[in-house]
Design a binder for this molecule. Structure first.
Ligand code: AGP
Length: 608
């Protein structure tokens, strides 16, 4: 999972490529590179590290001057992050390309190519495609691309320059995403819309095995047999400002603050006459009535949103829900029956394991419902039913606002399903929906209320080697997300534990001063969680308690208390999530980490 871009037009190509890559660094940031036709010849500049490192290198080397080129930002899969493994890769004299994805049969192909006298300089699977394309090129780019695609297996998006065609750029994709942007006298390729939004909002979605040809005259498309294709022009509704930091120090902080709007924008169009209405997403009461088993399949944060969904749906709708990690689901022979509902949750809509899990579920006869943020993404396009979350572009690798809208949709769906199943009355459904919509204002209030405290309390976490998150029921589901957030950006080890399970082994980890973040927002479970808190406190833990503003907390329970507004108990995760996000954020800032681009990670995981 990397970011690729390309440009043909009158502007300074290097400038456009670097600017577009800066919006794709969330996809990977181990190295960056560009290739530009300069005086009719392809000049490559690439460097290990961030885009900034490439820019510094070009300051001393000189920036390539030209109007046609491709660029790449990498998340290493084959071969360590290094200058030589960076893209673009040359295949010989004829072909230079950038690649996002994985070539599964690269080893066999490489052996064959070596046997034919080809010499490789990198460890990448990408160089194999470049060499193969170079071998296959006899003056006809489309034919060379088609021949190469017949030989490679895997997922990929490619931006290709042919040395003897300095006015042209070619692109093709299979599985990995790629869009083709157009504006007056210029065109672009990119892995994602935010990369080109500064230049244009108009774009085409390239489908599997479609070839795009970009020239100064415009853009054309054909299939692998060379038949030309007419495509529908799309218009992005994300503006440039939405993809910029807007005065915040980090995207993550900006995105935390965008949560109230994101929730409102996601829910409002799906509520009519005070009731959930998902008809525009092809979800009707009749369809919901027949559902007897639900699987929620996702990865990381999106899977944690599914955990909240499980607690809510089972309680409200009396329908069993199994939450599965997508990478496990796809290989564990799940017992799906025809008619089961499989819900796939994904911010990017491109997560390889989630996409594969959805395809498997469809094949097994399940109905699939995707909850996706990125418009036009693969998961969105292939699902039977689709609920778009309207969080806008999420740039920080650590997901915050996408999680919030995902759980808001889980609630809305649960309320409609409960009504469809006759588990709640229309009045109750209206009441809950109204409170759900009101969470937008309450999230805003919560941010104001807890921001300062979280910043201060984060100090108590920064020196910790390890800590625990504990909670029961929905608080446990939320703790999982709190723990992941802290781990991924602060690099402090943490585990989320069901509070009642601690004494079965994990409590032995508690040592003097170890921070334990306890979430206790569920009334019925409050006393029980407090007992568990006392157990860890008695063993020296430093307890940070997240509870509601009305909770009665004894003097000996917590070292720090973070209070959030009290709303309907079931909906408390939407507010309690905020301090967990902010604690992780401030811990990361205090440790001097790169908050938006944590080490070893990438935003969009398009590899297994
Ligand atoms: C979130 O903070 C993570 N970086 C990660 O767990 C993410 O949620 C996961 O990779 C799934 O991504 P998706 O929502 O785009 O499918």
């Amino acid at each position: 999972m990397c970011g690729i871009v390309g440009y043909v037009g009158a502007k300074d190509c290097s400038e456009v490529l670097v600017s577009a890559l800066s919006k794709l660094e969330y996809r990977g940031y181990d190295s960056a590179g560009i290739a530009v036709f300069e005086d009719g010849k392809i000049r490559i500049e690439k460097e290990k590290g961030r885009l900034l490192d490439l820019q510094k290198k070009m300051e001393s080397d000189g920036v390539p001057k030209g109007n046609v080129g491709v660029g790449h930002t990498r998340w290493a899969t084959h071969g360590v992050p290094s200058s030589v493994n960076s893209h673009p890769h040359r295949g010989g004299d004829k072909v230079t390309l950038v690649h996002n994805g994985i070539i599964e049969n690269y080893k066999e192909l490489k052996e064959q190519l070596i046997a034919q006298g080809r010499v490789f300089i990198s460890e990448t699977d990408t160089e194999v495609v470049a060499q193969l394309m170079d071998m296959n090129y006899e003056g006809d780019p489309e034919k060379a691309i088609a021949k190469t695609l017949a030989q490679v297996e895997g997922s990929f998006a490619l931006g290709i320059l042919f040395a003897d065609r300095p006015e042209e750029l070619y692109a093709v994709r299979r599985e990995s995403p790629l869009i083709v942007g157009v504006a007056e006298g210029e065109s672009f390729i990119a892995s994602d819309v935010p990369a080109i939004i500064k230049y244009t909002t108009q774009y085409y979605l390239l489908e599997h095995d479609e070839i795009a040809k970009l020239t100064h005259e415009g853009v054309s498309f054909c299939d692998l047999e060379g038949n030309s294709i007419e495509k529908e022009l799309k218009v992005a509704d994300w503006d440039q400002e939405a993809a910029e930091k807007g005065g915040y120090e980090h995207y993550m902080l900006k995105e935390i603050h965008e949560q109230p709007t994101a929730v409102k924008t996601t829910l409002t169009p799906r509520i009519s006459d005070g009731m959930p209405n998902l008809e525009e997403c092809s979800i009707t009461l009749d369809k919901l009535k027949d559902i007897n088993q639900i699987y929620i399949v996702a990865c990381g944060t999106a899977m944690h949103a599914g955990m909240v969904g499980k607690y809510v749906i089972e309680k409200q709708c009396k329908v069993p829900v199994i939450v599965d990690i997508a990478s496990e689901f796809r290989y564990r022979d799940p017992l799906i029956k025809e008619g089961d509902l499989v819900i796939i949750i994904s911010q990017s809509g491109e997560t390889a394991d989630s996409l594969a899990a959805m395809r498997l579920a469809k094949k097994m006869g399940a109905k699939t419902l995707a909850i996706v943020n990125a418009k036009g993404s693969s998961i969105a396009r292939e699902a039977d039913m689709l609920i778009y979350t309207h969080a806008g572009p999420e740039i920080a690798v650590a997901s915050t606002k996408a999680y919030m809208v995902q759980i808001s949709v889980m609630y809305l769906l649960a309320f409609e399903l409960a009504f469809a199943k006759g588990e709640i009355t229309k009045e109750e459904c209206r009441r809950l929906t109204d409170i759900l919509l009101g969470t937008s204002a309450n999230i805003e209030k919560t941010i104001e209320l807890v921001d300062g405290d979280c910043n201060t309390i984060a100090e108590a976490l920064t020196e910790a080697d390890s800590l625990l998150y504990i909670g029961r029921g929905l608080d446990y589901a939320l703790s999982m997300e709190g723990s992941l957030k802290l781990k991924e950006i602060s690099y402090i080890h943490s585990e989320a534990y069901a509070a009642g399970e601690l004494k079965h082994g994990t409590i032995s980890l508690i040592t003097e001063g170890m921070p334990v973040i306890a979430v206790a927002t569920q009334n019925a479970l409050y006393d029980k969680t407090v007992s568990n808190i006392k157990e860890v406190k008695a063993r020296g833990a430093k307890v940070i308690l997240v509870c509601d503003e009305q909770a009665e907390v004894g003097a000996d329970v917590a070292d720090f208390i973070i209070r959030v507004p009290r709303i309907e108990e079931m909906l408390m995760p939407m507010l309690a999530a905020v301090p967990l996000q902010l604690l992780a954020y401030y811990a990361s800032v205090r440790r001097g980490n790169d908050v938006d681009k944590p080490r070893n990670l990438a935003k969009s995981v398009t590899v297994e």
